[in-house]
Design a protein around this ligand. Structure first.
Ligand SMILES: *Cc1c(COP(=O)(O)O)cnc(C)c1O
Length: 530
């Protein structure tokens, strides 16, 4: 093991006292019982070692010319057990929904039933190829069509685009659909370039609008944490293409004036995009179509389980109203007398003639479709309704149990997530970030912090419906204990946290501003220094 190299790597990450974690443990190995130190795989390199036994390649004259390999390509040499141990140790350093409560607000980190995984691994779904002839994948196409039917039924919408690969991708799809509809309606001469987005919106909303060539105009929140309807109406005009509104919003509140907002937006000739990432709170209870929504993405990976985190995989189908139903991405599944088929181009006889092209190589995230449909069918319509009720009940239990020691940002009950701000930490010398670090020592992944931006030092806690009362009580006990500790003047406890993790507190600013993304072998470093 190359300890020298490891230190270099830790310094490069900007870790304060990085080596101290092992030194403090006082063990010879640097390990702390089951918490094993793990160098980078490159630092474990033993040149020439491999996990396979291959015969020497025959000596043939290379035909690669200029593109011939000139030096080592730098892949580390390790045996099979070394590789397995490396990745197993790394995986043990992860916090996961399978190891404990994961209260990240807005992310809906719920339990993923194992049944979904089992079904997604059926060879008929997992071993097929998107370029296979349609007649050989009728079951897969039927599954996409059945899931689409459920999504349309649950939202009351007439159409759904299945191919977007995540929530943000769904927003892009919905806004491209709106842009296509406006251009079609106004004959390509539309002056509608402005999109209204509430201040509390997820960052992907303004980013999507800007990526589609619109300018973004922020709508302020009122004192109850909801959209200020009068401010919204004053911003409507014939240059507005759409509003992008999240409901329930990112403060965990239902936008009570949503129908009035939809009517005003439509009267101004604009479309209503709804960010449906929080559908978990209302699924089975409210149909977005009844609220006047024109387009809404559904994060299958938030509402209908399917694992997520770490960058994917996700799936963000977009439901569309009558006004937008023709303006869809290709391809999509249709059902005819000869079974299921895919509309792949505008020349297809089933084409709407108004498709705006492809968003993705193929038809969508098949594995996520299988998991989401398994989740839907195993819950049934009544079970899905129960999901929403339990998610809201759990969040309100957290809100009510912490309301006296922390500061809820808005009055009254919440929907699926409880929002607090940092007023209760005033004068303690402890920030939201310090508080989050102390939660890690208690064995919890922190909640979403500093988002939404409309409150100061936000704590956004979303327990989801899959936590039991016992698990919520344990979490509440920790949160209460930490809040009381901060108020008792023990700031040092927080400023020094985390103490029990493989690494202590990171210099996050340094890591963001001066990221060191490439590991340099020690030899090269020495050569560079000479
Ligand atoms: C998660 C989320 C998104 C983005 O979804 P991704 O699948 O992560 O791209 C957008 N808006 C809100 C409110 C979200 O919570």
């Amino acid at each position: 093991m190359n300890t020298q190299g490891r230190k270099t790597h830790i310094d490069a990450l900007g870790v304060e006292g990085g080596g101290a974690a092992s030194a403090a443990a006082g063990t010879i190995s640097g390990n702390r019982a089951l918490m094993l130190e793990e160098p980078l795989i490159f630092e474990q390199d033993s040149p020439g070692t491999t996990g396979v036994d291959l015969p020497e390649p025959p000596a043939v004259k290379s035909r690669l010319g200029q593109v011939r390999e000139r030096g080592r390509i730098g892949l580390p040499g390790l045996s099979e057990p070394e590789v397995i141990r490396h990745y197993t140790r790394l995986s043990q350093k992860n916090y996961a929904i399978d190891s404990g409560l994961y209260p990240l607000g807005s992310c809906t980190m719920k339990h993923n039933p194992r049944l979904n995984e089992k079904l997604a691994r059926l060879p008929g779904f997992s071993d097929i190829h998107p370029l296979q002839p349609e007649r050989t994948v009728q079951g897969a196409l039927e599954l996409i069509d059945t899931l689409a039917h459920w999504l349309k039924t649950l939202t009351g919408m007439p159409a759904v685009a299945m191919s977007p690969a995540a929530g943000a991708h769904g927003e892009l799809c919905g806004m491209m659909s709106i842009r296509a509809a406006i251009e079609d309606r106004d004959g390509g001469t539309s002056q509608r370039r402005r999109v209204l987005v509430p201040e509390s919106a997820h960052g992907t909303n303004p980013a999507t609008a800007a990526a589609c060539g619109f300018t973004v105009d922020a709508i302020p929140a009122d004192a109850t944490g909801r959209v200020d309807v009068e401010a919204l109406k004053s911003k409507l005009g014939d240059d507005v293409a759409a509003i992008m509104l999240t409901n329930p919003n990112t403060c965990g509140l239902f936008e009570r004036d949503i129908v009035e907002i939809a009517e005003a937006v439509h009267a101004a000739g604009a479309y209503f995009y709804c960010d449906g990432a929080n559908f978990n709170a209302i699924v089975g209870r409210v149909r977005p179509a009844d609220l006047g929504i024109d387009a809404m993405h559904i994060n299958l990976h938030k509402t209908f389980s399917t694992p997520h985190g770490g960058g994917g995989p996700g799936s963000g189908p977009v439901v569309l109203s009558d006004a937008l139903a023709k303006f869809v991405p290709l391809p999509y599944v249709v059902h005819g007398p000869d079974g299921f088929s895919l509309v792949e181009s505008g020349a297809d006889e089933d084409s709407t003639g108004k498709e705006f092209g492809r968003l993705k190589g193929f038809h969508g995230q098949m594995g996520m479709f299988v998991r989401a449909l398994a989740y839907i069918l195993s819950h049934g319509a009544d079970g899905l309704r129960q999901v929403a009720s339990d998610a809201v009940l759990n969040a309100n239990y957290v809100m009510a149990s912490l309301g006296d020691v922390m500061t809820p940002s808005f009055e009254g009950p919440c929907m699926h997530e409880a929002l607090f701000d940092d007023r209760f930490l005033k004068g303690t010398g402890v920030t939201t970030l310090d508080f989050a670090k102390a939660m890690i020592d208690e064995g919890y992944h922190p909640m979403t912090m500093y988002f939404p931006l409309v409150v100061h030092g936000a704590f956004l806690i979303e327990p989801t419906e899959t936590e039991s009362k016992q698990s919520l009580d344990a979490f509440i006990r920790v949160m209460r204990g930490l809040a009381e500790r901060a108020k008792s003047g023990d700031a040092d406890h927080f400023l020094g946290a985390p103490r029990m993790t493989p690494r202590r507190r990171l210099d996050e600013t340094g890591a963001a501003r001066k990221p060191v993304l490439r590991w340099v072998p020690e030899v090269e470093q020495r050569e560079a220094a000479e």
